[in-house]
Design a protein around this ligand. Structure first.
Ligand code: ADP
Ligand code: MG
Length: 246
């Protein structure tokens, strides 16, 4: 990765607050992601990780605070933030290749033939994710790991500034999960990507991340009865794990 992309803030989240029907989920969340980082966000199930990711990709609007990408305040979904979910976001009626081309959101797709460069890029990405021998297959003919490989290629097809992943490997068996973790590290290195990776698995977060952000619900005993009331998750750990490029 070129040095000029290192240590520059790409994503900046400031004083983020999110609540649903009076229930606070996130409070006072500050975090920055530098270009080239692989930031892992860890926290217990239900603490608000997906809520944070949905705000970052612009799918949800926060009740308070701001999100900046490369110095621009963003509040609408767009292809600058590619996303991979736990459960496959593939179109069941499209082949592997067409699924990735669909990730490009071509005008007129699928009725107009995509330009040759788009096909070349799709095939290149599918080769990088190890799916080049399965281009004409349909999602139901693939294993869980293979579907996630296609989902990653689909997200990369949008040439995102940041790849956001929400527990992408959580539904996979341990062996496949490890293979996919290695693949992600390989792609991250090869493309010099910036990755925002959400997981409830601390081991995975520590293994993958160049930086670890931990969220934890914050409880206060407002009623004075010894039962804590959740005041929303906060960042309790934000620390560098290893330098980028190692
Ligand atoms: P995680 O991804 O860490 O498991 P989530 O972000 O999915 O947690 O959810 C955090 C909390 O916010 C949960 O209590 C969930 O029920 C609540 N929540 C998330 N989205 C909504 C929504 N759209 N409406 C109401 N409550 C929501
Ligand atoms: Mg979640």
């Amino acid at each position: 990765m070129p040095d000029r992309f290192r240590n520059s803030t790409l994503l900046h989240v400031e004083d983020l607050y999110q609540a649903f029907g009076g229930k606070v989920v996130l409070d006072n969340i500050d975090l920055s992601v530098a270009a080239g980082e692989l930031v892992t966000v860890v926290g217990p199930s239900g603490c608000g990780k997906s809520t944070l990711l949905r705000i970052i990709i612009g799918q949800d609007r926060p009740a308070g605070g701001q999100v900046w990408l490369d110095g621009h305040q963003l509040d609408t979904p767009n292809r600058e933030r590619g996303v991979v979910y736990q459960h496959y976001s593939l179109f069941p009626n499209l082949t592997v290749l067409d699924n990735v081309l669909a990730g490009h959101r071509l005008r007129g797709w699928p009725w107009q033939k995509p330009p040759a460069e788009a096909c070349e890029l799709a095939e290149h990405l599918l080769a990088k994710t190890g799916m080049d021998r399965h281009l004409e297959k349909y999602p139901h003919q693939l294993s869980g790991g293979q579907r996630q490989r296609v989902a990653i290629a689909q997200a990369l097809m949008q040439k995102p500034r940041i790849l956001c992943m929400d527990e992408p490997f959580s539904a996979l068996d341990p062996g496949t999960r490890e293979t996919m973790q290695l693949l992600l590290l390989e792609l991250w290195e090869a493309f010099g990507m910036t990755v925002f990776f959400v997981t409830h698995d601390l081991e995975e977060a520590v293994y993958l991340g160049t930086r670890l952000v931990a969220l934890s619900p914050y409880y206060t005993d407002d009623r004075g009865d010894g039962d804590g009331v959740n005041r929303g998750a906060r960042v309790v750990v934000d620390r560098s794990l290893r330098p980028i490029g190692t």
